[in-house]
Design a protein around this ligand. Structure first.
Ligand SMILES: Cc1ncc(CN)c(N)n1
Length: 231
C-alpha cells in the first residue's frame, strides 16, 4: 500500500491515531491475519490435532522471545506509569500462558518434552524471533511497542470474531479466552495508546522506522498462520 506521511493522512482520517495509520498501511496483510482460516478454525475448535500441535510447539518458541521483549519494554519505557503494565502482563504470561496453558495443551496434543524445549524451528518462527530480538536489543521503546502491539492487537482481532459458545475442548477455548475479554482489550488499548502518544511527536524518519517494524511484524503474523495451516 502507498505510504502516505502521517501528518498528511491524519488531516483527513476518521480515526487519526498513529497506530491506526500503521495498521491501515499494513493492508491487505492485516485483514488476512484477523480473518485467517486457521484462526477461524481455532475459534470453532476444529483444527486437526497434528496442525494444532505444530502451531503451539512453534508458538511456544515465539512466546519465549515475546516474554524477553516484554522485559525490554519494562527497561526502555519512558516513565514509571508505562513500565507497570508491562510488568503486570509479564507476570501473567509467565504463569497463565507459559506455565499453565502451553504445558497442558501440548500434553493433551501428545507433544513430547523435547518438542517444548528444543523443537526444530520453522523458518517463520526463526524470522519472528529475529525481529523480536532486533527490537529488544535496540531498546528503542517505540520499536518494541510496534512489535508487541501487532502481536496482541492482531490476536485480539481474530479472537474477538469467535462465536459463542466457544469450543468445549480447552485447547481451543482457552487460547481464544487468553486473547479476548476485558483485560486483554485493556492491554491492547494500552499498547495502542502508547504508540498514539509517541508517534505524533516523532519526526518522519522515526515514524518510518516504527512503521517498518510494525509492517514486518504483520507480515510475520500472516506467515505464521500460513505455516500453521500448512500452506
Ligand atoms: C505468532 C503469535 N503472535 C501473537 C501472539 C499473541 N501473544 C502469539 N501467541 N503468537
Amino acid at each position: 500500500m502507498e505510504q502516505i506521511p502521517y501528518d498528511e493522512w491524519r488531516a483527513s482520517a476518521v480515526d487519526p491515531a498513529f497506530s491506526e495509520w500503521m495498521r491501515s498501511l499494513s493492508e491487505p496483510e492485516w485483514t488476512a491475519v484477523v480473518n485467517h482460516p486457521f484462526a477461524a478454525s481455532i475459534t470453532r475448535g476444529d483444527v486437526p490435532d497434528d496442525d494444532m500441535r505444530r502451531y503451539l510447539i512453534q508458538d511456544f518458541q515465539f512466546v519465549d522471545s515475546f516474554t524477553a521483549l516484554l522485559g525490554a519494554a519494562v527497561a526502555c519505557a519512558d516513565s514509571f506509569e508505562s513500565r507497570v503494565p508491562f510488568g503486570q502482563f509479564l507476570g501473567e504470561i509467565a504463569t497463565t500462558e507459559e506455565l499453565t496453558y502451553f504445558h497442558r495443551a501440548l500434553a493433551a496434543l501428545g507433544a513430547t518434552p523435547a518438542d517444548m524445549t528444543s523443537p526444530e524451528l520453522e523458518p517463520v518462527t526463526a524470522d519472528f524471533r529475529a525481529l523480536m530480538d532486533e527490537a529488544r536489543t535496540s531498546l528503542d521503546y517505540p520499536l518494541v511497542l510496534a512489535v508487541l502491539c501487532v502481536a496482541e492487537w492482531s490476536y485480539l482481532g481474530w479472537a474477538s470474531r469467535a462465536e459463542e459458545p466457544l469450543p468445549d475442548n480447552f485447547v481451543y477455548r482457552e487460547w481464544v479466552e487468553l486473547h479476548e475479554g476485558p483485560a486483554f482489550r485493556a492491554w491492547v488499548h494500552f499498547l495502542r495508546d502508547e504508540l498514539d502518544r509517541l508517534g505524533p511527536a516523532m519526526d518522519e524518519e522515526g515514524r518510518a522506522r516504527v512503521l517498518d517494524f510494525f509492517r514486518r511484524a504483520v507480515r510475520l503474523e500472516l506467515r505464521f498462520f500460513d505455516m500453521a495451516a500448512g500452506s
